[in-house]
Design a protein. Sequence first.
Lengths: 966, 158
Amino acid sequence: MIRVEHPNDPSKDYGTPSPISHNDIADKADIDTVTGTIDGVEVTVFKGTSVMRAAAIADINIPKLCATDSVKAFGSCRLCLVQIEGRRGSPASCTTPLEEGMVITTQNTELADLRRGVMELYISDHPLDCLTCSANGDCELQDMAGVVGLREVRYGYEGENHLDEVKDESNPYFTFDPSKCISCSRCVRACAETQGTFALTIENRGFASKVSPSQSEDFIDSECVSCGACVQACPTATLSEKSIIEAGQPEHSKVTTCAYCGVGCAFKAEMKGEEVVRMTPYKNGEANRGHSCVKGRFAFGYATHKERITTPMIRNNIDEQWQAVSWDEAFNFAADKLKSVQAQYGRKSIGGISSSRCTNEEVYLVQKMVRAGFGNNNVDTCARVCHSPTGYGLKQTLGESAGTQNFDSVEDCDVAMVMGANPTDAHPVFGSRLKKRLREGAKLIVVDPRRIDLVKSPHVQAEHHLKLLPGTNVAFINTMAHVIVIENLYDAEFVAERCENDAFNEWMEFIRDEKHSPENNEKVTGIPADEVRAAARLYATGGNSAIYYGLGVTEHSQGSTTVMGIANLAMLTGNIGRRGVGVNPLRGQNNVQGSCDMGSFPHELPGYRSVADDEVRGTFESAWGLNLDNEPGFRINNMLDAAVAGQYKGLYVQGEDIAQSDPNTHHVEAALKNLDCLIVQDLFLNETAKFATVFLPGASFLEKNGTFTNAERRISPVRKVMKPLAGKEDWEVTQGLCNAMGFEMNYSHPSEIMQEIASLTPTFTNVTYERLDKEGSIQWPCNDDAPDGTPTMHLDQFVRGKGLFKVTEYVPTDEKVTRRFPLLLTTGRILSQYNVGAQTRRTENNTWHDKDLLEIHPSDATDRGIVNGDRVKITSRSGETHLTAVITERVQPSVVYTTFHHPESGANVITTDNSDWATNCPEYKVTAVQISKVIQSKKNSDWQNQFESFTEKQLELADIEAEETS
Amino acid sequence: MIANTKQQAVLNAIEENKNLEGPLLPILHRIQNDLGHIPSEHVGDIANALNLSRAEVHGVITFYHSFKSEAHGKHIIEVCRAESCQAKGGRAIEAAVKAKLGIDYEQTTSDGAITLEPVYCLGNCACSPAIKIDTQIYGRVTEESLSDLIDSIKAGQH
């Protein structure tokens, strides 16, 4: 068998996709090959490769229009015709697979005539405005006209044509100009195959054929989700980015990593000078495989938004005006304050919070500054409020605080159980990859109180939608395990060989108990017994079963317990340690995994190693040249509690907006007001910064070098494409502050920080910038035991040796419904907005979602006399806020839902400070509430009114200064 | 009330055919038969029932001339414009039918009785020129026989 290299030149379009899956390529599986001769060149390719692709691999480029290698061959444009010896006619090379011994001619007079004839027809109905067209320089039609040597159009241009078709400019990011359309269907196919939304079709037939979003609607009103796949696939100017229409074609580009969700898509930042004119998904990105969503593809305008603050600012208290100062003044002012706080209240009275939106290198420096510069372990990160239970639960059971697979793994999955996650909104590119696998026949179990889009959408239908009541995850997961054990569907061999026996036996005794039976737990979870039984059977016997979960699992009082229950379930059924299976936490932010890896938790040094471990701490002490505290420091919630109590007085917050994102806003605000020194480093004057006395301007992902680590443990490069607007990258800012504190740091480039990380962290030993440049990305662990990185973990044994079953007793949350608070509020995200919205609210993404809404079931609405669009009051034990109601059956009766993208919504005024027993991850997903209609004059709650006036005042205090300095 | 009837017809058509292999065309045929068109406001119901997008259903409806998105006349007269019929005087028939009805192609008479449509071959070439009224094909049509046919429609005899 001849070994065929898989060609992957990202700048080349091979015309049709590879017939071989990513996983087979990675496995270097033995795949049959065929050899043919194309224009006298012998070509050997994988069996199933089209003649067009085979030719492209041999650098013989057959003219084409409707073919592109991101979608299946279609055979409609008739430009790629070839001749095959011994066959009649001229078949399309895109739809003809290469066969053994084929002899193919791609260029001769006859073919040239045919192609010119085809091209002539296209051009007879196409505007001849190439010089002023937005696609000039990036148009395949133009290229092909050149390639086929079109010199005249005998038909003239006077006949019936489409040149007067009207542009659709309804989408804020791209236009649809049907006058330039050649009806190649690439957009329609990309929407179906790549994105899986099926929002486009060709309406009518023949001459009347036209691309139609939904039912001849404008793009914005149609089923389109604005992922950009159609724009990417369009060979002409028909679908064009508005930014390109405005600015013209880019002149250079750099590959970088998206700064939105934990999928961590690779993008090409396409530039004109220092201006990003377009972000296009990078074809060789292994997380996204050339796909994107509306956030990463289009919502990058926040980076240059007018509200960016670009000078350091200080003030003595929050009622004072901000003063713009130099960096050094700001550093010294902040350091003096922190030092005087320490002098008065003790070494442990200050601390820092790092951000999952910052790079690994920056996060590493924050924890280093706190541990070495502040002299304590009071460092925490925003993962505290999202995936800390994942870190804890997976470490306990499997031995490593990370997901077990890569995203390609989904291509081999037979049953996907999606629990407390909403991939098509929150991790859209993974959502599309999952949907693709579902269309191929994989089965889906959705565990969610709410009907997410995956439950039922075009060509996708969940086998089971288990609508559990918020807060009953553990009861559910135990029921699944109980059924699998009682019905003897578990993988006894796997468990005996790979897991700790005693713990397993103890767990078996626990789980066999009748109290976990579907019938018993039906009362608790609300899931019909038959339904959960069927789902358990499917998960246990359906082939490769993978669990994908999100914050609906972690953000509970028993978040860690559920994570361990999930790990139990995977071990029990042997669904771990190979491709297609596993435990897959879908990380919320781009660098949640990385920020945890980098030692952001108060009890752990980089690589999840205890600060109390003398040997580990010793390596850091000798590298950093000082003694470190061996006692864990404060978690975020401890910091806030201590601040309210007056014992914690100084806080450095990098890139996190705790005033908006953390639960129980009243408590957070009280804590922030009580600090003597709050230093905020951010792009914008965010909600937290309104309580700050030092503001250090941050740099967006476009303005700095570094790395992000996504949900698959994939370390990907972030590359600087423009100068930091404020002059410093975030790591330089931390370094400046740290030096002012008296602990010297002298890095000149983030690569030096990575070098230090690699030297001190066993899972990162072999990670270098040189390798990242060469290989694109690396999945940790990457060390001498795993020199190529680790796409799938726990292959032959678990990281901790044997897998550990943990007993997961269900303990109902204290947050119970009562007569006063009879409904359960749960929170989530929407596609167009991201997290607290600091970025996406400053883009056109607001077109889709300009305010948070309260979803309520028709029966609950009727009981309260609420109709669609009514303003309603939501009251919980913590507080109250007002939102606009939308009545929908997406939520079940007695459950209401909202998002938290807009600060004025005050979603966290309502959430309580209940939290996970192990990690203090807040219980955002369960709050008992009451809903009632309010009169229009009481549009806002008292908190919202206060918020409005406080915000107005703070903006004034900043704006005035900002204007004077500009 | 009418809206309810329409929706009921759509839901009935879905219910009766949804378990067939390839149920979309039978559903569309049934709705077309029952309502004379496929109301665009109910395309979402069809899409939802079959787990398709609205775009996909719209693509199929608009691909076939026989599926109408809007209500048309009570009767449809289709006049063949293909080669054989043209060779046998079809153009005169076209002109005559337009003159008699006072409408052009793709239009409906003001009383809502008749919609006129062109068609490209009815498979009745041996008896050109041909027209079709609703489901019935007529061959060797003359201006006189055409006029009689139209009169009989108007008299409610068709």
